[in-house]
Design a protein around this ligand. Structure first.
Ligand code: ATP
Ligand code: MG
Length: 651
């Protein structure tokens, strides 16, 4: 079944060669793979030289106490200096670092020289507020430039930041502040969302009431709305940061000095506090941003649409792009405010050349219609990226055609909060891309697919995605819980990092991500991946989005249950449901036919837009739904459950 269905997914043999002009001038060529294969550590030592070190490292990797890695351990650097000051010193102070586009339409351009001044002032303010190297600072902000400044100011003084997504509840923030033991919280009065100011400070007030160790709350004024202030504890950013000197001498820290803690999205369960450190993390963030996006800092305008609260925002808004001296766009709001063409208007306005977004967004744009992007001039784009979930071939092709003008290569980048930076991805000037496949480990990265007994599967086989060698931006531990770090990632396969994802190799050895192994379904003795069935459903013209789970079933072990969002024009009929079942059967084989197909209005997603299949499994198996604290909209589950009287009767 598995090989057959993969062959089916591949049957059209759609492949796209890199554009000739891009290939000719690419930052990274095919030779990088061979170079890294011949001397992996030498390769990374060379990449570390992209950074400016106060003390150059002489050691590359210390793996004497696995799984606790040290990279470039005898080197010293300041991460913020690398992201800001050195570009000014190199004569690029007038280059725009950030084009900020607020949701209401306000905008600001911040040059590297201005960013340096602002980060220096913020660093002086942190010092005045008692923050010292080794402390933790929680950041709870909307997508405004101060979020970037706050993170860099922490890095500059050697305090680890813990950014918490600005949409999380007071309880979720409180537990993260407590877990990291943060002494300062940086927030704002609010931010703009869906055309209205939305308050943030009240959640911090409620959270901090449970966190006595917090000494100060530093508040950015973004919306100007009425905001309660606690005398002595709360201070305004424009007062405290505003009055500081723009001179601040950055101190160099050890390469292994903590840079940040970040909690995973919570798609599969309780979030884990992932610890990243400085030198190795910045090396890989900078290298991958340079290689995978082919960034030309003098001419490109880069835009990553992720929130700063996710790892994508950390590595590919803050650290990678700024270490590389990029010019980038930061957008505050939602893609449909004030209209569904807002993203494309932003691309047109700033002449964006590189766009990095998520499959969930792409599927939403597909649902809204081709005519919306068609109204805007997207001819500046040259590279498109995808991250966060497997991108189904249908969405990939749509992205290429309607956003990329059939001209831009798509890089489908697989990585995790834990990996810190991209691990598996095409290179835009090298790889002949295949819609739906992340394809190949990047130079210097060792990834493969193994079976239950940890044997590498041959081409054409499927199993578990593992990383077989340490990499510079790897997580160093789970904050405060080394044992959980070992148990979660290193216990399943001896000596290998197990990522939690299922994957296959095709006949060329290219890697296809198949979703989380917890989600793989076992139907009558056959392993079937949720991703494959979802892709098959979405390839039907009536289906906009699909989420598939395996529910316990007396006869088949597990039965496939599919939740689908229909496209605007399609209406829900028994005929359509039967047609969809047959369509999956024809695409993947009869055994993959869903037993039940439930049309729904919405799917449960995390705040980062990923489908939470475990909640759907709870529904399909008639259980109370599990932890919903990372769910974007809790009413979605009520809506879906209200359909359930139909359970079992669809077949
Ligand atoms: P948690 O670990 O708390 O359940 P999460 O895994 O969703 O949350 P992240 O670290 O944000 O948290 O996401 C990483 C995961 O996202 C990967 O393990 C993988 O399942 C998925 N993913 C990311 N990029 C891709 C991609 N390009 N293709 C397929 N899957 C991807
Ligand atoms: Mg995960």
């Amino acid at each position: 079944m598995s090989n057959e269905s993969l062959a089916n997914l591949l049957k059209e043999e759609r492949r796209f060669a890199p554009p000739a002009d891009l290939a000719t001038a690419a930052n990274v060529t095919e030779a990088a793979y061979a170079q890294a294969d011949a001397d992996r550590l030498g390769f990374w030592a060379e990449q570390a030289r992209r950074l400016n070190w106060a003390v150059e490292p002489t050691e590359t990797l210390d793996w004497t106490n696995p799984p606790f890695a040290k990279w470039f351990a005898d080197g010293k650097l300041n991460v913020a200096y690398n992201c800001v000051d050195r570009h000014v010193e190199a004569g690029n102070g007038d280059r725009v670092a950030i084009h900020f586009e607020g949701e209401p339409g306000d905008s600001r351009a911040i040059t590297y020289a201005e960013l340096k001044d602002e980060v220096s002032r913020a660093a002086n303010a942190l010092t005045e507020l008692g923050v010292r190297a080794g402390d933790r600072v929680a950041v709870y902000l909307p997508m405004i430039p101060e979020a970037v400044v706050a993170m860099l100011a922490c890095a500059r003084v050697g305090a680890a930041h813990s950014v918490v997504f600005g949409g999380f509840s007071a309880d979720a923030v409180a537990s993260r502040i407590q877990d990291a033991d943060a002494k300062l919280v940086i927030t704002s009065d609010g931010g703009y969302r869906r055309g209205k100011p939305s308050a943030l400070k009240p959640a911090i007030d409620a959270a901090v009431a449970k966190c006595p160790q917090v000494e100060h709350v530093l508040v950015v004024r973004r919306t100007g709305q009425d905001t309660a202030f606690t005398e002595g504890r709360d201070v305004w950013w424009h007062d405290v940061v505003g009055r500081q000197s723009a001179e601040h001498t950055p101190q160099a820290f050890d390469a292994e000095h903590p840079l940040f803690i970040l909690y995973t999205s919570g798609t599969t369960g309780k979030p884990k506090g992932i610890l990243h450190t400085s030198g190795g993390y910045l090396t890989q963030a900078a290298y991958t941003h340079h290689a995978v996006f082919d960034l030309k800092p003098e001419t490109d305008v880069y835009w990553c649409t992720a929130d700063i609260g996710w790892v994508t925002g950390h590595s590919y808004i803050v650290y990678g792009p700024l270490a590389n001296g990029a010019t980038q766009v930061i957008y505050e709001g939602t893609p449909d405010t004030p209209h569904q063409g807002r993203f494309w208007e932003v691309v047109q306005k700033y002449g964006v050349t590189i766009l990095y977004t998520a499959p969930t967004a792409i599927r939403t744009f597909m649902k809204w219609g081709d005519d919306i992007p068609a109204k805007f001039d997207l001819s500046s784009l040259r590279v498109l990226g995808s991250v966060g979930e497997p991108i189904n071939p249908e969405a990939w092709i749509w992205y290429r055609k309607h956003i990329g003008g059939d001209r831009c290569p798509i890089v489908d980048t697989w990585w995790q909060t834990e990996t810190g930076a991209m691990m598996i991805s095409p290179l835009p000037g090298v790889t002949e891309t295949k819609p739906g496949s992340a394809q190949r480990a990047l130079p210097g990265i060792s990834a493969t697919v193994v079976d239950d007994e940890a044997n590498e599967v041959p081409n054409g086989g499927g199993g578990y995605l593992v990383l077989t060698e340490p990499w510079p931006s790897m997580l160093r531990t789970i904050w405060g819980d080394d044992q959980r770090f070992i148990d979660t990632y290193w216990a399943r396969f001896e000596g290998k990092y197990f990522a939690g994802d299922g994957a296959k190799k095709d006949d060329d050895g290219d890697i296809w991500l198949l979703g989380r192994v917890d989600d793989v379904m076992l139907v009558s003795g056959h392993n079937i991946s949720t991703t494959e069935v979802e892709s098959a459903l979405v390839s039907h013209p009536s289906v906009a989005e699909a989420a598939v789970v395996g529910a316990n079933d007396e006869t088949t072990g597990q039965a496939i249950v599919a939740f689908v969002i229909l496209r605007g024009s399609a209406s829900e009929t028994d005929t359509l449901v039967a047609e969809l079942r047959n369509h999956v059967g024809a695409t993947l084989g009869p055994i993959a036919k869903p037993k039940r197909i439930l049309p729904v209005q919405e799917l449960p997603k995390t705040r980062s837009g990923k489908i939470m299949r475990r909640l759907l499994r709870d529904v399909a198996e008639n259980r109370a739904v599990g932890d919903v604290t990372t769910l974007a909209d809790s009413s979605v589950m009520d809506l879906i459950q209200s359909r359930l009287p139909a359970a079992g009767s669809d077949d």
